[in-house]
Design a protein around this ligand. Structure first.
Ligand SMILES: [Zn+2]
Length: 443
């Protein structure tokens, strides 16, 4: 389908950070055909009036557990160990594949409404999330989470072979909206022998690895005591960062200078989720250092059980505010940088390298904001307005791969009423069901 957006303001996030006013965008099929001068032979099937609209590249969420929408608000005001041991890993013992489907569908509705078109998911029964990706029209990098402690302690008695079969079946790469990675939970849960098998499988399948890494001082201390190495150095030694595709490591909050150098050298992508860190009192990852050292950092919400929502606008805002405040430096994390961390950096981390800018030939992944509102006036700096002022409720339209997922504030691909109803019933059943602790976290 050919779409012409006429007379909009555009935050291109191109290499020159161009901001265009009263400008046209031509979209042909999956891609942006032209920005500015529209070729005479371009014939749109649909013309969108861009007056009072700001067009921005869509967001990519670099680490989440989307079906955890079902336990949103169920494990509040608890430290990380009690949050996992007493709540999250207990509720998940009662989880069914259908719960995963509806939880991910609810997450997708929420993500689309707040301008996110791509997410890196790390959870169980990933074939269910793959179905949601198919239906919703979003993009995703799906990693089936495994602990490597034996089938009886895995959700749904999953095995590495099962996740390998899923990856083989679903991984398309290239033009597809779906990518797959292997998802060992973390160095603190997974035995070395299991992690070595994961590395072998990643090489065989030619896919990446997505895991949690170095989230606390206690995890580092334990790793030093058990392996004589930090978690980052330990994972490097086991070969987790030498796969055919860069690894995606969530968090890296407690890291040494040596760890940082290693993450940079091995081209590991680090997902940064400041709202989760603050909410669980985990301390802040050194985002500024990541970027100074050339580490590929990208912003992420983490799961809605810790973050409470999937709003990348808020993550972007917090990422900026925390760095400015911690460094006592207002120049830290300028708006253009934050916007890239929420768009192109996440897209790259997930393997969608032609997303993240409104440029000719780029993928048509974009958001339209309604700027005809009090909090958008005056429009001195549109990048600052998106980072520090915009609300998810300002998003009127969202396009992914040239297809509308949200149009005039209505979800196009998902039956939102049904998704909300199913998710609510399942969430109430889940936390009221007979639950038991599946496994134990030790700091
Ligand atoms: Zn996580």
């Amino acid at each position: 389908m050919n779409v012409l957006i006429k007379g909009a303001d555009i935050l291109t996030l191109d290499p020159h950070d161009r901001v265009l006013h009263d400008c046209d965008i031509a979209i042909a099929g999956h891609a942006i055909h032209a920005v500015g001068g529209i070729p005479r032979d371009f014939h749109p099937d649909e013309t969108v009036v861009g007056r009072h609209r700001l067009v921005v590249p869509a967001f990519f969420n670099a680490h989440c557990h989307s079906p955890m929408t079902l336990v949103r608000g169920w494990a509040e005001d608890l430290p990380f160990d009690r949050w996992l041991n007493e709540k999250i890993w207990v509720a998940e013992s009662a989880l069914t594949p259908e719960d995963v489907f509806w939880g991910a569908a609810l997450a997708s509705a929420e993500m689309i409404r707040s301008g996110t078109v791509g997410f890196a998911d790390h959870y169980f029964w990933m074939e269910e999330v793959a179905k949601v990706v198919e239906v919703s029209g979003m993009k995703a990098l799906l990693a089936w989470c495994l602990f490597g402690l034996g089938a009886e302690r895995e959700i749904g008695h999953a095995t590495l072979q099962k996740t390998v079969d899923f990856a083989r079946l679903r991984h398309r790469g290239g033009e597809s909206r779906l990518r797959v990675a292997l998802g060992p939970h973390s160095p603190y849960m997974c035995p070395d022998a299991f992690l070595r098998k994961v590395v072998d499988a990643a090489h065989r399948l030619h896919i990446g690895i997505h895991l949690h890494l170095s989230e606390s001082h206690e995890q580092v201390e334990r790793s030093l005591a058990e392996h004589g190495q930090t978690p980052v150095a330990h994972m490097a030694e086991l070969g987790l960062f030498d796969g055919p595709i860069h690894a995606l490591a969530a968090h890296c909050i407690s890291v040494t200078q040596g760890d940082l150098a290693l993450l940079a050298r091995k081209r590991v992508c680090v997902a940064h989720s400041p709202k989760t860190y603050m909410k669980l009192g985990m301390g802040m990852a050194p985002l500024q250092r990541f970027l100074e050292l050339g580490i590929n950092a990208a912003l992420a919400t983490d799961g809605p059980a810790s973050n409470s929502d999937l709003n990348m606008l808020e993550v972007m805002r917090l990422a900026g505010l925390v760095q400015k405040n911690d460094q006592r430096k207002a120049e830290a994390m300028p708006c253009g940088r934050l916007l890239r961390l929420a768009t192109s950096a996440g897209a790259q981390a997930m393997g969608f390298s032609d997303s993240g800018a409104i440029v000719e030939g780029g993928r048509a992944d974009l958001i339209l904001f309604d700027t005809d509102q009090a909090h958008w006036v005056p429009r001195h700096d549109l990048a600052a307005a998106v980072v520090y002022t915009a609300h998810p409720g300002d998003v009127t339209d969202v396009m992914c791969d040239g297809r509308w997922l949200l149009r005039h504030k209505e979800l196009v691909t998902l039956d939102e009423e049904r998704v909300r109803r199913e998710a609510e019933v399942r969430a109430l059943r889940l936390v009221g069901a007979g639950m038991h602790q599946v496994r134990r976290y030790r700091g």
